[in-house]
Structures are given as C-alpha cells and as structure tokens.
Design a protein around this ligand. Structure first.
Ligand code: GDP
Length: 308
C-alpha cells in the first residue's frame, strides 16, 4: 500500500516513526518542507528534511525532537570566537550532514539527490524527497520588517508579532522529481501534524502539488496540530491567527480545503466534529498526542485503519 506523507519537522517526525513501524519502507514516500531552509557558515541547511531523516534513521534527539542525539557543540563555540553567528544551534555531528549536502550541491547535484544521499548515509530505507529542487523561502513580516523563517523562529524565538507570511520563489519553483507521482500513485496521502502556515503551506505553494492532491484518487488524511484551541508546540496558533484562520481544527480544515478527506482530531475536540463534517471532511476522533513510541504507532495505525 503506497503512502505519501507531507511533512514539516518535529510533529511530522513522530508520526513518520509510527508509520515506519507499520508500512513497508519501499511503500512510504516523505515529501518534506524546504521553506525553512537556510544558509549559514556557507552551508545549505534543511532543518525539516534533516529532522525527518534523523527520526527515520533512529539518530534523532528524541527529547528535543530535532537534531542528533549524543550531540556536542565544539564547532559552534569555536565559530563564535571568529564572530560567526551562533544563534542557530548547529551540532558537530549535525554539521557533517550540512557539509555533505553542501558539497554535493556545489558539485551540481540537485537537492533531491543530496537528500537521497543524506538519507542513505543515515540508513533511512524510506524515500525522502524535498518538495522542490528550487529555493522557496518562507518569510515573516514582523514589526521591524521581513525576516527569514529561522530568523523569526530561532533567532527571535518566535516573539515578533506576525503581520504577514509569504513564500518567496514559490511561483517559479517546480515539484521535485517524484513528488507529483508519489501523490498520484498513493493509496493514502497523510498530512502530518505540522505547522499549517510554515510547514504545509510552503509545500502547497509549489505549483502543481495542490492540483495533484485534488486529482489523486488517494484518500487524503491530516492530523490536526491544534489540540483544544492551541498548538501542541511552537507558534502554529499565532501564525494561523495572523493568516486569518481560526486556531482550531476548523482553521486546519480551512487551510487544507478543498482536497482534505479526513481530519484526525484529539478526543477533546470531538464537539467540533459536526462543524467539520458540514465542511465536507470526515472526522477521526482519537488520541493524537504522540508522547511515546507506542502512541506514535497507535495514531499511525488508526489512520491506516480509517482508509476506505
Ligand atoms: P517544526 O518544523 O518543528 O515546527 O515542525 P512541524 O511543522 O512538524 O510543527 C510541529 C507542529 O506539530 C506544531 O504545530 C505542533 O502543534 C504539532 N505537534 C507536535 N507534536 C504533536 C503531537 O504529538 N500531536 C499533534 N496532534 N500535533 C503535534
């Protein structure tokens, strides 16, 4: 059973680990957000793709949800002494990923090829694709002007009031090779619990991907990252509000219309079911909080069992 998953970082990584325990590795294709990629110290960093690869490769720092476990930060400290920026916490082992990717890109390989090389080096058996080989950059308008996503999220700790969000470069980007095919050939497309504004919408902004979701015969299921009117973690709530969306499963549905078939919501959000169904979405009420490996697998199993 072929599955395609749209993925951001930390929330997605948990569900993908659950899916990976149930689905043949050759049947799972992950389509990752690259809207929050950045260049630092001359290196190309793809935080969401890396989080996915570290999680599927079994080397992620599970407590933090991102980065590598058993990490050290000697290079970061040494770079600080040269006056280089240290606000983005690059670890020593993590650095190897960015050096490898940047070298491959500098030699003319695509981001798709570099991502496959990173995944293979980490022992990831599933296919991990960037949404596009062309740069798309999520930018956030705060009180003092436009910020790159990581400047807003990491350097400014998501504190600036958000006035607008844009996806620079999206209009001239194309889906990476294999992305549209994976969506069209899948029995199910799973939209992981990820930030709708800064992880899922950048993927949808790449021309052709939203159309593939509409045209695909796959059942499209999403897990709401909003539980009880709040994001489980991170600034998704504030970003949704800034984009005029209600901070609830209703807002998640609005962001994913018109191709969403089923939305999984947490048990406490069951009262929203009638409203969601009136919007044409089937509702799966279940425990969506993945606080342990067993709960990751249980949620993945519920999604697969909900397939017609
Ligand atoms: P980021 O790049 O690390 O921000 O990663 P994502 O785009 O994957 O964002 C994490 C999103 O997932 C946030 O909006 C959280 O509210 C949501 N999230 C994290 N953990 C869980 C979970 O266990 N269950 C659900 N339903 N949502 C989660």
């Amino acid at each position: 059973m072929k599955i395609a998953a749209l993925a951001g970082g930390t929330g997605a990584a948990k569900l993908l680990r659950g899916l990976a325990r149930l689905v043949d590795p050759g049947d799972l294709t992950v389509i990752g957000n690259t809207g929050d990629d950045l260049r630092l110290w001359g290196l190309h960093i793809s935080p969401d793709l890396d989080t996915v690869c570290y999680a599927l490769g079994g080397v992620v720092d599970v407590a933090k949800g991102w980065g590598r476990r058993d990490e050290t930060f000697h290079a970061l400290e040494a770079m600080g002494r040269f006056g280089e920026p240290t606000w983005f916490g690059l670890g020593d082992r993590d650095l190897a990923t960015h050096l490898h990717r940047t070298r491959l890109l500098a030699e003319g390989r695509t981001l798709t090829e570099a991502t496959a090389a990173v995944a293979a080096g980490l022992g990831v058996a599933q296919r991990v694709l960037p949404m596009s080989d062309q740069p798309v950059r999520t930018r956030i308008l705060g009180p003092d002007g436009w910020l790159d996503f990581q400047e807003y999220f990491v350097r400014e700790k998501a504190q600036p009031a958000v006035q607008a969000v844009r996806y620079d470069g999206a209009e001239s980007a194309a889906p990476a090779p294999g992305v549209v095919e994976a969506i069209l050939e899948a029995r199910a497309v799973i939209v992981c619990p990820s930030n709708p504004i800064t992880s899922v919408r950048p993927i949808l902004a790449v021309p052709g991907i939203a159309r593939a979701l509409e045209e695909s015969r796959a059942t499209v299921l999403a897990v709401s990252p909003i539980v009880g009117g709040e994001a489980v973690s991170g600034p998704a709530g504030r970003l949704m509000a800034a984009c005029g969306l209600p901070v609830s499963a209703i807002g998640v549905t609005a962001a994913y219309a018109p191709w969403l078939d089923t939305l999984a919501v947490h048990e406490g959000d069951a009262p929203l079911a009638a409203d969601l169904e009136a919007r044409g979405v089937a509702v799966l009420v279940t425990d969506t909080l993945m606080t342990s490996p067993a709960k990751e697998t249980a949620l993945a199993r519920r999604l697969l069992e909900a397939l017609p």
